[in-house]
Ligand binder design. Structure first.
Ligand code: EPU
Length: 337
């Protein structure tokens, strides 16, 4: 194991924030992880996956353990389904593209999401009408204090909108080692009803889309709205879309009749945070090295050399402004460290 000191994390977080890890190690096998945690030489451990849902505001005075466990296995094949197990360190987008080469369906709507397989269930990644929970079969996770490996079923993961047990009661307790997904091997369930996907397919005159057509549409939409982290640092949506009660919505709607809204249950309405932030005038605003993306107001960006604390301050200014105008509390989706 090669433990490095004072390592820059700039290339390990999609925001591209240049903070240092006191110690850093990349783990490619479970035995290395076991040895490392057993010898207790490093009391403070910080687990790092794809770094795509993270805003680093300070140096990390701990051993940063980068989970780099690789491998993709087709575990079981039935008539219509396959169970595919992928190591936590596999890149999510590369995995979705591999699935297309195998003609395995279920993750095509989740193309081009940054980050790794192992962190995808933690926040139940989702886009264009699909969440990972829709195809999740199980995951193996290492319990840090006991050293035991537990297999989590979908029920045990308690998936919710950008949420799971790994962000709630088991926060920081488990390290996900691999994730198994149940994918279709034929008779794919095409999900093309999300507005922008159906528009995209219509423009191309595609009536009966394949999973590859869906992936192409998603990649096209994402590329126009969301900045490529290789070019402009970002962490996707910075905030969750707030869910308010029907009563609160009625009050809001009378002041802001154009506010877009989606019914999530009898009494709950989801409001696109991007619309609120745009209304408040932040869309495309640049403050030197950081700002709000010009094509999607939900995305905060680092133009090169921003500091995490500046982006955090901007996120707080946005939260305060939204609260003042709409009386809505915006919750960060990104983990701020
Ligand atoms: N909108 C605006 N201005 C903006 C952005 C959005 O008015 O600058 C409004 C529009 O009414 C638009 C609506 O918001 O129709 C929805 O916008 P979009 O389809 O871009 O989706 P979103 O709600 O902003 C969510 C996810 C994204 C995901 C897309 C597509 C959250 C927090 N974000 O964004 O996920 O890609 O839907 O499914 O739920 C991520 O989590 O990092 C992420 C990018």
């Amino acid at each position: 194991m090669n433990i490095q000191e004072n390592k820059s994390l700039k290339s390990y977080n999609t925001f591209g924030i240049d903070v240092k890890a006191k110690y850093f190690v990349s783990i490619s096998h479970i035995t290395e992880l076991r040895d490392l945690l057993k010898n207790k030489a490093y009391p403070n451990i910080f687990i790092l996956g794809g770094g795509s849902n993270l805003l680093l505001t300070q140096d990390i005075n701990a051993l940063v353990v980068h989970i780099n466990i690789k491998g993709i296995d087709i575990c079981t094949e039935e008539n219509n389904h396959v169970i595919v197990k992928a190591g936590a360190g596999e890149n999510w987008h590369a995995f979705t593209q591999w699935c297309l080469t195998q003609d395995f369906g279920g993750v095509e709507n989740l193309s081009l999401i940054p980050g790794n397989i192992g962190t995808a269930p933690i926040q139940n990644i989702g886009a264009y009408g699909v969440e990972i929970k829709d195809v999740f079969h199980s995951c193996d996770a290492f319990h840090k204090s006991s050293g035991k490996i537990k297999t989590f079923t979908p029920k045990e993961c308690k998936f919710d909108y950008r949420n799971s047990v790994f962000k709630q009661e088991f926060k920081g307790e488990y390290i996900i080692l691999n994730v198994s997904l149940k994918l279709t091997a034929n008779n794919h369930k095409i999900k093309s009803n999300y507005g922008s996907i159906s528009n995209e397919l219509e423009a191309l005159s595609i009536d009966t889309p394949t999973i590859q057509d869906i992936a192409n549409a998603v990649i096209k939409i994402r590329s126009t709205k969301l900045p490529d982290p290789e070019k402009i640092g970002n962490s996707g949506s910075f905030f969750k879309n707030p869910v308010i009660s029907a009563l609160e919505f009625d009050a809001l709607n009378s002041n802001f009749p154009k506010i877009p809204n989606y019914k999530v249950s009898e009494n709950e309405i989801k409001i696109p945070a991007g619309w609120l932030i745009e209304y408040a005038g932040f869309k495309g605003k640049r403050f030197g090295q950081y700002g709000v993306h010009k094509n999607q107001a939900l995305v905060l960006v680092n133009y090169g050399n921003a500091e995490g604390k500046d982006i955090k301050a901007l996120s707080e200014l946005i939260q305060e402004t939204i609260h003042r105008i709409f009386n809505i509390k915006l919750e960060a989706e990104v983990n701020i460290i």
